[in-house]
Design a protein around this ligand. Structure first.
Ligand SMILES: Cc1cc2nc3c(=O)[nH]c(=O)nc-3n(C[C@H](O)[C@H](O)[C@H](O)COP(=O)(O)OP(=O)(O)OC[C@H]3O[C@@H](n4cnc5c(N)ncnc54)[C@H](O)[C@@H]3O)c2cc1C
Length: 403
């Protein structure tokens, strides 16, 4: 393993986590990140089951636990802010998991844990790759000199451009399963009605507002919509001010605390919007390029499994490469075989999701509240099992030695 030169594209969660294990085993790791610095945006992400085991194996459990949000659970509220259904944090099977951490905090913990052993290149991205004599030659977009690597790992999220560059672009386009929903995430100032509970508010027109606490008394807001046309694809290509204007127009009349949320969005410096989609590919590798995390098997934020899948993928990919540094193709094959059952579980959606949770009419919202009220009262969420909220099972986590 020592001396293996690895390029990882993307310094989100999967990228630094893979870098952590590979660098520990002696690989020479470079991480290239398109953003000018580590990205701190986003809301709470869940670390469940095997994800937590991997955090433990990294020796980072205490650091991660010190940053959790202490969210008490999720309330579905109506326009008068009355809770119509309440799901407290329980054994990790509910909406709120045992480890709820801000995406940015987890990203920073992983970055801090790797920055001494890994070379980070911010503000850069992969332009082209070509394979020759057991090396991958990589050209960069923003002027960094061309370099050769033994392995390229694409960890650049669900819309991975490295995947497009290294895989057949027509086929990878087909790999996106559009779930028909868009979301925008941003911070807003905390106010008295924000407690340690997350609040989920449905408005007619398949609109939803989610407010969640963080660990710094700043409220994390997200807007969700299921548009009936493809206007959002165009909006996503516009600049942030135009994107905010579009979302304001969509939500200004949504009722409840929408006015305050829309106003807060205008001031937010961390606004980020994304199509809700899953990535489903027959292969996770092509030649010496391999996919990890959302780039290979994004389950989408509505499963709550993206971060756990990224951590599990990072660990298994690094573990297989460490075991077979001279048989890259075989290492990729075993990684894929081990990951596929896990990915299948992680990508399972709740029945009818996301449509059922985002009704078109006020009448539909009332039915949803009755349904959720019954589920909360009866406690059957736990019995609905993997399809409602997938536990992090599906595979045995192998034991690898990296030192
Ligand atoms: C800003 C942001 C906010 C998010 N907020 C939430 C949230 O609130 N809730 C939730 O469930 N999930 C959220 N996610 C997704 C969540 O982080 C992932 O599902 C999960 O953690 C898996 O992580 P990943 O590392 O595979 O992908 P990501 O976390 O998406 O990381 C991918 C990284 O690659 C970088 N990148 C993209 N393209 C390139 C390129 N061409 N070259 C180099 N680098 C590139 C991105 O800037 C990013 O840092 C968010 C992602 C981002 C980027």
């Amino acid at each position: 393993m020592a001396g293996l030169e690895v390029l990882i594209s993307g310094a989100g969660i999967a990228g630094p986590a893979t870098a952590f294990f590979l660098a520990k085993a002696g690989a020479k790791v470079t991480v290239v990140e398109r953003a000018p610095e580590p990205r701190t945006g986003g809301q709470n992400v869940d670390v469940r089951g095997h994800g937590l085991t991997i955090i433990r194996r990294m020796g980072l459990e205490e650091t991660v636990r010190s940053k959790t949000t202490h969210e008490k659970g999720l309330r579905f509220v109506d326009a008068r802010d009355i809770a119509r259904a309440e799901f407290p944090i329980d054994d990790g099977q509910g909406f709120t998991s045992d480890i709820e951490i801000m995406r940015g905090d987890l990203g920073l913990i992983l970055y801090e844990a790797t920055r001494d052993k890994v070379q980070y290149m911010f503000g850069e991205n992969v332009k082209a790759t070509s394979e020759r004599s057991e090396k991958v030659e990589v050209e960069f977009e923003n002027g960094s000199p061309t370099r050769s690597f033994d392995v390229v790992i694409a960890a650049d999220g669900w819309s991975s451009t490295t995947r497009r560059v290294a895989f057949d672009s027509n086929k990878t386009h087909d790999s996106l399963k559009d779930l028909g929903q868009w979301a925008a995430w941003f911070r807003i100032p905390h106010q008295q009605s924000d407690s340690d509970w997350a609040r989920w508010y449905n408005a007619p027109g398949k609109r939803m507002i989610l407010l969640r606490p963080d660990n710094a008394r700043i409220t994390r807001a997200s807007l969700w919509v299921m548009p009936s046309d493809d206007q959002m694809d165009k909006v996503a290509k516009q600049d942030v001010q135009e994107q905010k204007a579009y979302w304001s127009e969509l939500f200004h009349d949504a009722g409840w605390e929408a006015k305050r949320v829309v106003e807060g969005m205008q001031q937010a410096g961390d606004f980020y919007m994304q199509k809700i989609a899953q990535v489903s590919l027959p292969r996770f590798s092509s030649g010496r390029t391999v996919l990890v995390g959302d780039a290979g098997y994004c389950p989408s934020p509505i499963t709550g499994m993206g971060t756990t899948a990224a951590l599990v993928g990072a660990y298994i990919l690094a573990g297989e490469l460490v075991q077979r540094p001279k048989e890259i193709g075989e290492a990729f094959r075993v990684y894929e075989d081990r990951m596929k059952p896990f990915v299948k579980t992680a990508q399972k959606l709740a029945p009818g999701a996301p449509s059922m949770a985002n009704p078109q009419t006020q009448w539909g919202i009332q039915i949803l509240h009755c349904f959720l009220g019954f589920i909360a009262w009866s406690g059957i969420l736990k019995w609905m099992g993997p399809s409602f909220n997938p536990p992090a099972t599906g595979i045995e986590l192998p034991e690898y030695t990296f030192a």
